[in-house]
Design a protein around this ligand. Structure first.
Ligand code: NDP
Length: 328
């Protein structure tokens, strides 16, 4: 294959351009593994990249797309051989290294995770970086000692990608899940994923008091800003909150009160540079703890030609659940 279809972001005098075009294979960046990409997905960060709303892309021209699943085509890396099924999240893909919205990718073998045996490439990208991040957040809360007997748990940005997977995972693990959403019309959807209570995100969007009534034993926050500050102020004594997103803003207008008066822990979640053993564990846990019918219920499929529009919709908060992109 001398050239293949790709979503390419470039910089012009008038600003950023993005288009579906032919990309010459000889222009791929060096790497020790070549992968035939079968599926990718649209995460919030992909939306920021294709719209240019935030400086995600740091090399031009760039093939967008921060994650993929596919089959190894050629490898000089000792861990991988042709035919292996792999998944890749982050490590600068679609930011500093040519990304996932292309029929072919050349990457470092050290970045790859083997697909769990029970998981298809499509399932892996229906989960995508959003779902893998939700799993990293669940694992961080568990390491901090959270368990269902400690009390209910809140998920913010619940109807989005991270939120939908987090709700389904936590419900399967036995937690009573409160889903915070700005889309009341999605209440039934969130209940089907396993939420036991739905609250309007306005309850958490105003300025936070240092301490408020204790409501949840823990939380997974995809929103940041005043939402995270309110969640912290409402977390029960000794509870933990995993912060993984900024859909509502990058600031955090809080005080030290939840930490020093209630022993609350704030756990940072990063999926991009996350060490390999944690990634491998997260993908194994996703294979075990995410019900396939719930994944299917939150997933819509699009083609490469629909990615730019989907990227616009996700940064406007209009995407429900997950979007998987069929590429191969
Ligand atoms: P989505 O757009 O799918 O979900 C975000 C959700 O946040 C929306 O669906 C909406 O939920 C809510 N939301 C959006 N705008 C606002 C707002 N202004 N105020 C309050 N709530 C809002 O994105 P993803 O799930 O893919 O990503 C969620 C966040 O997590 C993003 O900020 C992303 O950058 C971050 N992220 C971080 C990673 C990491 O490594 N730390 C990895 C992956 C994602 P609702 O309609 O239910 O209110």
């Amino acid at each position: 294959m001398a050239s293949f279809k790709a979503i390419v972001i470039d910089k012009a005098d008038a600003g950023q351009t993005v288009r579906l075009t032919d990309f010459d294979e000889s222009n791929l960046i060096d790497g020790d593994v070549t992968v035939a990409v079968e599926y990718s997905t649209v995460n919030y960060k992909d939306g920021l990249a294709v719209t240019g709303k935030a400086p995600v892309v740091r090399r031009f021209p760039m093939i967008a797309g921060v994650d993929f699943a596919g089959t190894v085509e050629a490898s000089s890396h000792p861990a991988w051989k042709a035919g292996d099924k792999v998944v890749l999240n982050g490590w600068g893909l679609g930011e500093t290294h040519l990304g996932a919205y292309a029929q072919k990718a050349r990457v470092k073998g050290d970045w790859l995770v083997r697909l769990p045996g029970t998981m298809s490439a499509r399932d892996a990208m229906a989960i995508g970086t959003a779902g893998y991040t939700a799993m990293l957040a669940v694992m961080a809360l568990e390491r901090a000692g959270l368990e269902p007997a400690r009390g209910p748990i809140i998920v913010t940005g619940a109807a989005g990608g991270v939120g939908s997977v987090a709700v389904a995972l936590l419900a399967k693990l036995g937690y009573a899940v409160t889903a915070s959403t700005g889309r009341p019309a999605e209440a039934d959807y969130l209940k089907r994923l396993g939420a036991s209570e739905i609250i309007d995100r306005k309850e958490l969007s105003g300025p936070a008091r240092p301490l408020a009534k204790e409501r949840w034993a823990g939380g997974i926050d995809a929103v940041g800003s005043t939402t995270l500050a309110n969640v912290l102020s409402m977390t029960r004594y000794g509870g933990s909150v995993a912060a993984c997103g900024l859909a509502g803003g990058m600031d955090l207008p809080t005080s030290v009160a939840p930490f020093i008066l209630r022993g609350v822990s704030l756990l940072g979640i990063d999926s991009v540079m996350c060490p390999l053993p944690l990634r491998q564990q997260a993908w194994q846990r996703l294979a075990a703890d995410l019900a396939k019918e719930k994944l299917a219920a939150m997933t819509a499929e699009i083609g490469l030609g629909d990615v730019i529009d989907a990227g616009k919709r996700i940064v406007e908060g209009q995407v429900r659940g997950r979007i998987v992109v069929k590429i191969g």
